[in-house]
Ligand binder design. Structure first.
Ligand SMILES: [Zn+2]
Length: 259
């Protein structure tokens, strides 16, 4: 069990990473953790996430209402509350504006093509939620159709969010999302995108089934692109442990190299 003090340190660490990686500028972005008992620990509105002090964080109830802390909680707290309400497995939410992923969100392009095996295994596809005015209830309404099936979502003309069983894994998913968007951007500059074919995706599916689909990592197989390739036979969601994922990625790389 992690103490509130430890959660405070974790969030400050993730804020520094977001800022150092250029995933946020100035006072952008927000981070929260759902602590034992259901209270949320949330970053403050209007403060740079790269320079947070532990005492800057705010404790709220499960509806995002401040219990204690001197700053105002993030103006996007309703988006976090929606993620926690819809996903009992989620314990942390990270929202940022990573430039490549946000470029796709600005262009209205979802990250939903099976271009990289590791991304198919870890995140499935990354949908694009409709635009919602920041700090209003339009944002939680926009993510609601997607959050049950996805751990990472693009927010149209805004940025991205990622969720996870802890704040480090939620951050990792944000990093994977941005890395994928960066690679996809390079492929677009080169003028070619070669998605994994049906037989490759089918092999991925077979490898996933062999792994047993245990928590905590959730990967979506219900998205149209993958559904089409899997002939609609995919389970609604699959779950893998980190160890299983490492084995899977190794298997997939070998399988693709041997072809
Ligand atoms: Zn934002």
């Amino acid at each position: 069990m992690r103490s509130e003090h430890q959660h405070r340190k974790d969030i400050c660490e993730i804020g520094r990473r977001l800022y150092q990686k250029g995933f946020v500028a100035a006072a952008d972005g927000n981070i929260s953790v759902r602590m034992d008992g259901g209270r949320l620990l949330v970053t403050p509105s209007g403060k740079c996430k790269g320079r947070l002090d532990e005492e800057d964080l705010i404790v709220t109830d499960d509806a995002g209402r401040r219990i204690y802390g001197s700053w105002e909680p993030s103006s996007e707290i309703a988006m976090h509350v929606t993620a926690y309400r819809e996903r009992p497995d989620v314990k942390a939410v990270v929202h940022a504006h990573p430039p490549h992923a946000t470029g796709f969100a600005v262009a209205g392009v979802a990250l939903d093509r099976p271009l990289i095996s590791e991304v198919v295994l870890t995140l499935g596809t990354i949908p694009l939620a409709e635009y919602g005015t920041p700090s209003t209830l339009e944002v939680p309404a926009a993510i609601e159709p997607y959050i049950r099936r996805h751990d990472a979502i693009l927010l149209a003309n805004h940025g991205a969010m990622a969720v996870g069983p802890d704040v480090f894994l939620a951050y990792d998913r944000m990093e994977t999302l941005e890395h994928f968007a960066h690679i996809w951007t390079v492929a677009r500059i080169l003028g070619r995108e070669r998605p994994l074919g049906e037989e490759h995706v089918t092999k991925l599916q077979a490898i996933r089934e062999r792994a047993g689909f245990e928590p905590p990592t959730r990967a979506c197989l219900t998205c149209p692109v993958l559904d089409e390739r899997l002939g609609g036979s995919a389970p609604e969601t699959v779950q893998l442990t980190r160890e299983q994922l490492v084995d899977l990625v190794t298997d997939v790389v070998r399988s693709l190299e041997g072809r």
